[in-house]
Design a protein around this ligand. Sequence first.
Ligand SMILES: C[S@@+](CC[C@H](N)C(=O)[O-])C[C@H]1O[C@@H](n2cnc3c(N)ncnc32)[C@H](O)[C@@H]1O
Length: 256
Amino acid sequence: MEGWHGWDDYAPFYDWENARTVGRRDIRFWQRLAEQCGGPVLELGCGTGRVAVPVARTVDRVVGIDRSDAMLRQAQRRLRRGGRGTLLRLVRGDVRSLPFRGASRFRLVMAPYGMLQSLLRDRDLRDTLRSVFGVLRRGGTFAMDLVPDLPRWSEYARRVSLRGRGRGGAVRISLIESVRQDWSRRLTIFDQEFVERRGHMRTAHRFSLVFRTLSVRQMRGRLRRAGFTIETVLGDYTGGEWHREAETWIVLARKG
Ligand SMILES: C[S@@+](CC[C@H](N)C(=O)[O-])C[C@H]1O[C@@H](n2cnc3c(N)ncnc32)[C@H](O)[C@@H]1O
């Protein structure tokens, strides 16, 4: 399985689920960082535009790249709905080989909400870091936000983890989730089943997502080896210091 698998199937449910989990908690953080760095800004794995669209409201020249067509279609929809006058360029591509000519042009490259955890092998991460280094300006910032400690999650099978209404209230949706761990490869596998009920009609959508979690220390090492300087490590979206139980792992690195 590849880290980019599953996202096309997840796309119709991504915003529904995340409105109930991370919500907009991280948005102001990314907007502020983008304002400080200035455009052009690149978001790796921009998905449904949850972060890219609000960031493009506050700075000029924002580009979002994602490998999933279905996620990018949701981002286009979000732009049409709420992004009046917002300029955001959406590109389909793989973060391991960024398709931007004219190297060194972004002032900020950001990887929110565990995007880099979709890179399942060391060589995937290495290729991505090299690619990011190539498109960043000298002095530019590479910022990532990692979902902490997925390998410490307990394994469970077929737990109903969310329930609610979707599609303007017309459909009842439940998420039945299983978690498996492959500790030797630091992989966490989520088997997802979204069940939609409209009257007597029941439709199930099944897919899996896989994430690889490195420790903060390991990630810092990989960044240094790729030529970055570590600026700071934060543990929340208001600038709090990182610690072992921190709600998120945010690493800010600089191309020296
Ligand atoms: C956790 S989502 C993050 C979406 C968005 N950044 C957010 O914060 O809501 C990860 C995204 O990365 C994309 N992705 C995974 N592997 C990728 C790859 N190798 N190249 C480009 N995009 C990838 C997925 O399609 C998905 O949209």
